[in-house]
Design a protein around this ligand. Structure first.
Ligand code: PGA
Length: 252
């Protein structure tokens, strides 16, 4: 079977505090990616805060840029928001949609997430849709059915085929308590069944895992062919740690 690159998505969240640090992190990620053979070996996507996108998009690199969110309209009276159309102009290729910090802290609803997914696709960008249960032990299947059927409402099979899903159990995010690869595989199986039902055909889109991924556990997840990559928060703003993760992913 042909080897498929693993996708490593860095979600810097509201970090770092200065542009100089952002450039330093970005250069470090690019160097780590180049050192292992670049695009041939691993796909690295960096999602910085909006205000750093302009500067980072000017740096020649073997990594790609993503955004952490966007609005669903291209322009208009939406104070404080950034549109997918604007993001496209800064070489952004991916947009994380429905991250749990937006769902639960910023009170984003599935209806808003659904509009955002559609807007991102309309602008020819790739949505990385984050889904997952809130509490450890929650019954995953019902939660995933609810989230995916609302977030992907009215999308056809062709549109669903362009999406990346990140399975992120909320209890595992930023806690140091990562899920197990076994539970993740079970969630991925459930997600695939739901997607196939929604699209009325088998969907082979990439499904990532996110939640306390580090250089210590990344291989446990990514050694499974069903886990296409990782969405990484805290470890992505630690240069040494993130470089190690890129190297490990490039070897799997
Ligand atoms: P974490 O965050 O790696 O710090 O757990 C993951 C995420 O929020 O996507």
């Amino acid at each position: 079977m042909l080897r498929k690159n693993k996708k490593i998505v860095a979600n810097w969240k509201m970090n770092p505090s200065t542009l100089a640090e952002a450039e330093d992190f970005y250069h470090s990620s690019c160097d780590a990616c180049l050192a292992v053979g670049g695009h041939e070996k691993v796909d690295v996507v960096v999602c910085p805060p909006f205000i750093y996108l302009d500067a980072l998009s000017k740096i020649e690199s073997s990594t790609e840029l993503g955004a952490q969110d966007c609005h669903w309209r291209d322009h208009g009276a939406f104070t404080g928001e950034v549109s997918p159309l604007m993001l496209k102009r800064f070489s952004v290729k991916y947009v994380i949609i429905g991250h749990s910090e937006r769902r639960y802290i910023m009170r984003e609803t599935d209806e808003m997430i659904n509009k955002k997914v559609k807007a991102v696709l309309k602008n020819d960008l790739v949505p990385i849709l984050a889904v997952g249960e809130k509490e450890k032990g929650d019954y995953k299947q019902d939660i995933l059915i609810d989230q995916l059927s609302s977030d992907l409402k009215d999308l056809n099979a062709g549109q669903i085929a362009k999406i990346i899903i990140a399975y992120e159990p909320v209890w595992a995010i930023g806690t140091g308590d990562a899920d197990t690869p076994e539970n993740t595989l079970e969630a991925i199986k459930i997600i695939r069944e739901i997607l196939s039902r929604l699209a009325s055909k088998e969907m082979t889109i990439p499904i990532l895992y996110g939640g306390s991924v580090s250089s210590m556990n990344v291989a446990d997840f990514l050694s499974h062919s069903e886990i296409a990559g990782a969405l990484i928060g805290s470890a992505s703003v630690d240069k040494e740690e993130f470089s190690k993760i890129i190297k490990i992913a490039s070897e799997l």
